[in-house]
Design a protein around this ligand. Structure first.
Ligand code: FES
Length: 106
């Protein structure tokens, strides 16, 4: 059983604007886009920078430093320089609350 932790309120999320939260000491970027909410680890797999400062487009979050974009559904990078995926996490919405489970999806 995976434990879901409350990340934020759904009403706090703006479309395509990542929100950084810390869950059990893990930085997570919560993103509302295309009618869905995604949670991805907030640290780029290429270097130690915050993905939530990047832009969201086509269900991907782009690292602002060198431009690798990570798929919010799978965490996989679409191009160099990053080669490793970033963990993504299951999201559950109950009313106005967004919950994230740190159990890794992929
Ligand atoms: S630090 Fe993210 S692509 Fe280089």
């Amino acid at each position: 059983m995976s434990a879901f932790l409350r990340a934020c309120a759904l009403s706090e999320l703006e479309e395509d604007t990542p929100k950084r939260v810390e869950l059990d000491g893990t930085p997570v970027s919560v993103v509302k886009t295309e009618g869905e909410v995604f949670a991805i680890n907030d640290i780029c797999s290429h270097a130690n920078v915050s993905l939530s400062e990047g832009e969201v487009e086509d269900c991907q979050i782009e690292c602002w430093l060198h431009g690798s974009a990570f798929d919010l559904r799978t965490g996989k990078p679409s191009g160099l320089p990053a080669t490793r995926p970033v963990p993504v996490y299951p999201v559950k919405i109950e009313g106005d609350d967004v919950f994230v489970s740190l159990t890794q999806e992929s």
